[in-house]
Design a protein around this ligand. Structure first.
Ligand code: CA
Length: 139
């Protein structure tokens, strides 16, 4: 992936929560260093954001013991993960290559309205149930 292009946008609150959620799923814990690697952001910046998120009630952070999402944080994380996967699936189905689909999903996931997401979900379902539609589209 083009690192410069990826660095252009600062990760948002939602990206932090999403990354913490994923790290905990994958490794059982999330630390400042892990987050810094995943989000390609310097550790002091990550630290500051993690404090903000803790203040906002999105996570609990114990020094040296890592962090975990609160209910509030987890519900935001799950919502981003769901938006991401729906958009990614939709773009993949219509023939967009994986990397582009991933990058676009990263952007769109923060802006898409629930109504639009529901329509995209319905369309994804329709396309999966009717493979001939997809075949025609990707010819
Ligand atoms: Ca994201």
């Amino acid at each position: 992936m083009d690192r410069a292009a990826k660095m252009e946008e600062t990760p948002r609150l939602e990206d932090y929560l999403e990354a913490i959620y994923q790290l905990v799923q994958e490794k059982g814990y999330a630390s400042i260093i892990e987050l810094s690697d995943r989000l390609e952001v310097k550790p002091p910046t990550v630290s500051a954001m993690v404090s903000r998120l803790a203040k906002g009630g999105y996570l609990e952070h114990e020094p040296y013991r890592g962090m975990r999402l609160t209910k509030k944080g987890e519900s935001v994380a799950l919502s981003v993960v769901a938006r991401h996967s729906t958009i990614f699936e939709f773009l993949s189905l219509i023939g967009v290559d994986r990397e582009t689909a991933y990058q676009d999903a990263e952007g769109i996931e923060h802006h898409v309205q629930p109504k639009t997401l529901r329509s995209i979900s319905a369309l994804v379902k329709h396309m999966k149930e009717n493979p001939d539609v997809l075949k025609k589209l990707n010819e």
